[in-house]
Design a protein around this ligand. Structure first.
Ligand code: NAD
Ligand code: UGA
Length: 457
């Protein structure tokens, strides 16, 4: 029986390993983490992350061929294949602070593996890493006088939160990079055989290690670039009365452009887009490639502009003062169908609203706990409310920041009646029925669309 160990039981390690265990009953999967609470939660009825469909998959395999443990050394020793799925955040200190990836967690894992392993291992980079990290890892793993051989593969993960289970079950592709050596080819085949148990072989792409590493950063950079591109156009739409949804549809029907990832918004969030682009920028700079670095950095700058533009619009339309005004913030997660708030645009938007001394009430079906943590000390000045109707009582404005379906289905007539007048809606995701809201009496602001106001002609 093939034994897999995964170090890191987070948003990637948990779901990916649960899917492998579900699809490959003949493979034993153990997920380990230093975080005891997380490991306990994975074995409880209250999983540490919210992801549609995840509970069922974990339940099916847990205790059969899926195990969670804090005994990292034991799992490493027993494993044939070790996935490393630890966090790789942006470095906050020293050289490259604010741009480079912080690789200390990956390196700690590599050192641990070398220290405790008693036999040959395939070590798989699941975390998103700078290109050529595998080279450094091989050096760490083989440093000293270790009898065992470690074959490093790169198998970046492309799942998106909120759709992780569908993405894992039916991915566009699985990418595996390995060395073109006898042991590299053998290791690569071992991993291909795992995925081939449910993924058509033609969707399992094999490349050299560096291409796999760089493809992950490139995919995220291209996706984020599309969001920044349409957001840049949304600003121009607002100045010209063009409608960004119509523009997105018109260009998206060109098969060379395609319709996806063209939703204008308050900006992209999530733990990875910004961090991975900055990582790419840093890589370009380290190879002396200033123009490519500047090109990609602009995607991140555009995103920050879009966030602050939204708050500026709120301030200007609410007569240049929000002090003491109650704002109901609809949604804090960085996107719908997840409780994840990492790098959510809502963090910056809420902080700016608090700077304006607005009285902020945050309403989110899954992210209130994370929102509280994310805002730190500022959370003391915020109300958290699960019920959107209560959040709106006496409010001057609604700021919709996450595209949860339930926000579309509310009784806005009831909400309008309970709000201060004039009542404003700022739809940062363009998901509401703007004409219907306007007809109810709301002042309606969206992203990249003409203002619907009862007062401005
Ligand atoms: P996460 O923070 O949710 O999980 C990482 C886990 O690793 C944590 O639970 C942490 O305790 C654990 N960990 C850290 N150091 C450890 C060590 N030395 N030993 C044991 N456990 C350790 O992060 P995540 O969102 O799962 O992301 C992991 C990697 O996957 C990152 O590189 C990220 O860029 C990449 N990625 C994330 C997503 C996503 O949707 N979140 C998608 C694709 C790729
Ligand atoms: C993204 C990628 O889509 C995944 O392929 C990748 O594996 C992952 O990053 C990662 O490496 O972590 P994720 O961040 O979970 O996934 O979610 P996305 O659906 O990509 O959305 C990212 C952000 O962009 C969200 O804030 C979303 O609201 C925003 N977005 C997305 C838009 O504003 N407009 C769009 O048209 C699409």
């Amino acid at each position: 029986m093939l034994k897999i160990c995964c170090i890191g039981a987070g948003y990637v390690g948990g779901p990916t390993m649960a899917m492998i265990a579900k699809k490959c009953p003949d493979v034993e999967v153990t997920v380990v983490d230093v975080n005891e609470r997380r490991i306990a939660a994975w074995q409880s009825d209250d999983l540490p992350i919210y992801e549609p469909g995840l509970d069922e998959v974990v339940k099916e395999a847990l205790g059969r061929n899926l195990f969670f443990s804090t005994d990292i050394d034991r799992a490493i020793r027993a494993a044939d294949v070790i996935f490393v799925s630890v966090n790789t955040p942006t470095k906050t200190f020293g050289a490259g602070a604010g741009c480079a990836a912080d690789l200390q967690y990956w390196e700690l894992c590599a050192r641990r593996i070398r220290e405790v392993a008693e036999s040959d291992k395939i070590v798989v980079e699941k975390s998103t890493l700078p290109v050529r990290t595998a080279e450094a890892m091989e050096r760490v793993l083989h440093a000293g006088d270790h009898g065992a051989h470690f074959e490093v593969l790169s198998n970046p993960e492309f799942l998106a939160e909120g759709t992780a289970m569908a993405d894992l079950e039916n991915p566009d592709r699985v990418l595996i990079g390995g060395h073109d050596t006898p042991s590299g080819r053998k290791a690569l085949q071992t991993l291909v055989d795992v995925y081939a148990q449910w993924i058509p072989r033609e969707r399992i792409l094999t490349t050299n290690v560096w291409s796999a590493e760089l493809s992950k950063l490139t995919a995220n950079a291209f996706l984020a670039q599309r969001v920044s591109s349409i957001n840049a156009i949304s600003a121009l739409c607002e100045a010209t009365e063009a409608d960004v949804s119509e523009v997105a549809h018109a260009i998206g029907t060109d098969s060379r452009i395609g319709p996806k990832f063209l939703r204008a918004s308050i900006g992209f969030g999530g733990s990875c887009f910004k961090k991975d682009i900055l990582n790419l920028v840093y890589l370009c700079e380290s190879y002396g490639l200033k123009e490519p670095a500047d090109y990609w950095r602009q995607v991140v700058l555009m995103n920050a502009y879009q966030e602050s533009r939204f708050v500026t619009k709120m301030l200007r339309s609410m007569f240049n003062t929000m002090a003491g005004k109650r704002i109901a913030v609809f949604g804090f997660a960085f996107k719908a169908d997840t409780g994840d708030t990492r790098e959510s645009p809502a963090i910056r938007v809420c902080r700016q609203l608090l700077d304006e001394r607005a009285a902020v009430t945050i309403c989110d079906p899954k992210a209130l706990d994370n929102a509280r943590m994310e805002l730190g000390d500022a959370a003391e000045r915020v109300r958290f409310e699960l019920d959107p109707y209560k959040a709106c009582e006496g409010a001057h404005a609604i700021a919709l920041l996450t595209e949860w379906t339930q926000f579309k289905e509310l009784d806005y007539e009831r909400i309008y009646a309970s709000m201060e007048k004039p009542a404003f809606v700022f739809d940062g995701r363009n998901i509401l029925d703007h004409q219907a809201l306007y007809d109810l009496g709301f002042e309606v602001y969206s992203v990249g669309k003409a203002l619907k106001s009862h007062y401005v002609s």
